[in-house]
Design a protein. Sequence first.
Length: 129
Amino acid sequence: MDKELLQDSLGWGFILWLIGYVLGMTLFFVVPTYAIGWVIMPVALAITLWVLFKRVKADTIHHYIIIAFVWAFMAIVLDFLFIVKALNPPDGYYKTDVYIYYLLMFFLPLIVSTQKIKKHGNITRHLHV
């Protein structure tokens, strides 16, 4: 893995997760627990799209596929360790908003990659894995 891929996958993956985690902890005191994920989602979606369009500079599908897998994996593992295991939420954690969040962390990099690569040239020449 090169430095850029490490930063884009592990670096941004952790930062995005941490933003959601901190927002969740903050909102815990002002929003009902069942609504926290729904309140965070639009903010997190906007930040994630900003990262993908403005900070991730890759031009290959391969790069974005790795980002997709790493971001989704990190979200699942870090949520399990730092929310499910550490906090043991009384009403559970895994609800519709969480599953949508995991799907977005996987599919957003793939969707954005097609837009960015299409904009910069023939997508078929970038399919080298």
